[in-house]
Unconditional design. Structure first.
Length: 519
């Protein structure tokens, strides 16, 4: 008796050629449902509809079609068991040797901006995951395929093994099927968690949190050569960096990706429609950031903020790279550049630096809604630090008040300090950083590093601190260097000491009421 294959696919890619090989090379009989059966019939292939095979019509608009004993009995039967053999004979059930199923496009559906909850729910597949799980469970007796990229591998496998798939191949396919259904169910659970009814009062972080990804690239190594690393895409629809295009340069490393994401977060603070902006990073910390009247000016100002540290750095730009900016970028050694686009003339100029990695990411502003960090025995999850700053909510704590221009300077420094490792200090002047102190064990140390780097440029500059000042020493040090305005969260039990020192020294001090630690 010919072998039996069940084909029920949402994605019809390659299904016609694959089914033809099954029939013509290996004498399979085909059983198919709905649209798959129509596709095969149109191609002139012999196929039995599921409804004809089971004797039960598709009902409820196609919601029920494969949930039938003749289907699942043929998948789940353990053919070595006499009782199963008897049950199959008594119920006119034939065993399936191959099950080919892929699922309704749930993730593609929810990726559409205008999708409604009922539309999303209708794309939750029921029969498909049930078939996949049943076939994967019984892989000792049959093969399950859940993606078109497996078709050629399966044909090659049975060509090499006299029409049979090896136990190792079947096991690998079963693992892929279980991962496929697990990822599918996770996407549904996450979507429904993110779109609760208006009356639902569930916390912003759910009771259960799961993360699943598909490996896009095995990286050469992790932070160091002795560490393994890979890059995973979350979800079936490319978003974020999965939607980026690398237009030139060497393969990206683990450290490159970490730095690029830090660069994306910084440049997201400066939307393109608000004017050109550039940031230069090293080891996830900005070494320079600036606004400019042109993109090339913004980059050169960011680079000049700390040209020594910028060597071998990462550059993020909030507007497409033009020829003038490309020429400036090629004057020093850089690891990576990311921008929303790149003009043809700029591509030609940058191509002269063949090892330089250049990426375009049209949407630099949209990032993850949560951040995840592994710890022993588990992981930590927090919502992303995407707090929208509103200077009108800030408290001017000193007698001296900032002008509108000075408030804009303070906002510029404040937007950047949240992206510097704590303890963090940013000194800025004329919408460009002039000194940055990062990652010190005490805030005074960060202040001294930032002011030393700024030098004479600290005269008339503004200073931002990611945390409050528990003592007035940093205020006095900053004023002595020429800083004229400070923005900080406030909230210390000794705020009065810092405010008093600022008043004595004729300094402006603004309290935001929000801190931005970055560990």
């Amino acid at each position: 008796m010919a072998r039996l294959a069940l084909l029920s696919t949402s994605d019809k890619t390659g299904i016609e050629a694959f089914a033809r090989s099954l029939v013509e090379e290996f004498d399979f009989e085909l059983v198919s449902s709905g649209g798959t059966a129509r596709t095969l019939q149109k191609a002139g292939l012999p196929v039995t509809k599921v409804s004809d095979y089971t004797g039960s019509p598709e009902i409820l608009g196609g919601r029920v079609k494969t949930l039938h004993p003749r289907i699942h009995g043929g998948i789940l039967a353990q053919r070595s068991l006499p009782q199963d053999q008897q049950d199959m004979a008594d119920n006119n059930i034939r065993p399936f040797d191959l099950v080919v199923v892929n699922l309704y496009p749930f993730e593609q559906t929810i990726a559409k901006p205008s999708v409604t909850l009922p539309e999303a729910v209708e794309q939750i597949d029921i029969g498909g995951p049930t078939l996949l799980r049943a076939a994967a469970k019984n892989h000792a007796y049959l093969t399950v395929l859940c993606h078109p990229d497996q078709y050629e591998a399966y044909l090659s496998e049975i060509r090499q093994h006299q029409g049979e798939a090896s136990p190792e191949f079947r096991s690998a396919c079963a693992r892929k099927a279980f991962w496929h259904t697990a990822t599918y169910d996770l996407a549904i659970a996450n979507y429904l968690t993110d779109h609760p009814p208006a009356s639902d009062t569930e916390a912003s972080l759910p009771e259960r949190f799961s993360l699943s990804g598909l490996q896009r690239q095995a990286l050469r190594y992790g932070e160091n050569p002795h560490q393994a690393a890979a890059w995973y895409q979350v979800g079936g629809t490319p978003t974020g960096w999965s939607a980026a295009e690398q237009i030139q340069g060497k393969a990206l490393s683990y450290n490159n990706w970490v730095d690029l994401e830090a660069a994306r977060r910084i440049i997201a603070e400066f939307p393109a429609d608000q004017g050109p902006a550039a940031a230069v990073l090293k080891h996830t910390n900005p070494c320079g950031a600036a606004l400019g009247s042109s993109l090339s000016e913004a980059y050169e100002r960011a680079f000049d903020a700390d040209s020594v540290s910028a060597f071998g750095g990462i550059v993020a730009l909030n507007q497409p790279i033009d020829a003038a900016t490309a020429s400036a970028l090629t004057k020093t050694f850089l690891e990576c550049i990311v921008a929303p686009g790149c003009d043809p003339d700029a591509k030609e100029i940058l191509s002269k630096k063949s090892k330089l990695r250049v990426l375009t990411l049209p949407d630099l502003t949209t990032g993850p809604s949560q951040t995840v960090r592994a710890i022993a025995g588990g992981f930590l999850v927090q919502t992303s630090d995407d707090y929208l700053e509103n200077p009108t909510d800030w408290q001017v704590a000193t007698d001296k008040k900032p002008t509108a221009a000075e408030l804009e300077e303070l906002l510029f420094a404040w937007r950047l300090v949240k992206h510097v490792k704590s303890n963090a200090i940013v000194v800025a002047s004329d919408r460009a950083t002039v000194g940055i102190g990062a990652g010190q064990m005490n805030r005074v140390g960060s202040v001294k590093i930032a002011l030393e780097q700024a030098g004479e440029k600290s005269k008339g500059a503004t200073l931002a601190s990611d945390g409050f000042f528990p003592f007035d020493d940093s205020v006095r040090t900053a004023t002595a260097a020429g800083v004229k305005a400070i923005v900080q969260p406030g909230g210390s039990i000794r705020d009065a000491d810092s405010i008093q020192a600022a008043n004595e020294l004729g300094l402006i001090m603004v309290l935001t009421g929000v801190r931005h630690f970055l560990h």
